[in-house]
Write a protein that binds this ligand. Structure first.
Ligand code: FMN
Length: 193
């Protein structure tokens, strides 16, 4: 089993990466492989199409996804939004029914607004959303700050454990005849009768 963790920061080894790594640690300890993809740095360089292509290839082979973003002006970064807009439009068939979680990293404020926006993507795509013991956030300006945010770290660890539990439950279900739902063709009405 494998989980892809997507980093929406322009910094490949900053606070968001640190938080995602803590989630990954718990998954790894439970025998689940992980890969961290730095979407933010790719989009910042102008490589949006390449980033979506590369991530789609990885997503085809994973069982779950974690999306992390720093808070910029009380929202996710422009980079992760551009990436997710494209990814969820073009790769939904590879995302659906895979458990997902979102996390936000901030110096101080705007985390819940950021999570609200990030959660819209998995909730659009039939992806079971994984919770932790609080809303999924860490605080800091530098990776060292995040590691000192003991509550934030506990939230990340709990999230990793909960994600592992759901992934293993889905696998056990499959082995016991619990089939994944079949996605119906979507009806789009645009509010016109
Ligand atoms: C352009 C910009 C806007 C930011 N806006 C906020 C904000 O609204 N609230 C906040 O608490 N931190 C804000 N920050 C700080 C970052 O969210 C915070 O330091 C985060 O942990 C950085 O994560 P990273 O190291 O993964 O990039 C901002 C940082 C930048 C560069």
């Amino acid at each position: 089993m494998k989980v892809l963790l997507i980093n929406g920061s322009r910094k490949s080894k900053g606070c968001t990466y640190t938080a995602l790594s803590e989630v990954a640690k718990e998954l790894n300890e439970r025998g689940i492989e992980t890969d961290i993809y730095n979407a933010g740095t790719m989009v910042f360089k102008g490589e949006v199409d390449l980033a979506v292509q590369e991530a789609t290839e990885i997503i085809k082979g994973v069982d779950g996804i974690v999306i992390g973003s720093p808070v910029y002006y009380a929202s996710p970064t422009g980079e992760i939004l551009m990436f997710l807009d494209r990814l969820f439009w073009s790769a939904e068939e590879y995302l659906r029914f895979k458990p997902a979680a979102t996390i936000a990293s901030a110096r101080r404020a705007g985390t819940t607004a950021t999570l609200d926006v990030l959660n819209k993507y998995p909730l659009f795509a039939n992806m079971p959303l994984i919770a932790s013991r609080y809303w999924n956030m860490v605080h800091g300006s530098k990776p060292e700050d995040v590691l000192r945010d003991t509550e934030g770290i506990q939230i990340m660890h709990t999230l990793g454990k909960n994600m592992a539990w759901v992934l293993k439950s889905i696998e056990a279900g499959k082995k016991n005849g619990v089939e994944q739902p079949v996605a119906e063709d979507k009806v789009f009405t645009n509010f016109i009768r």
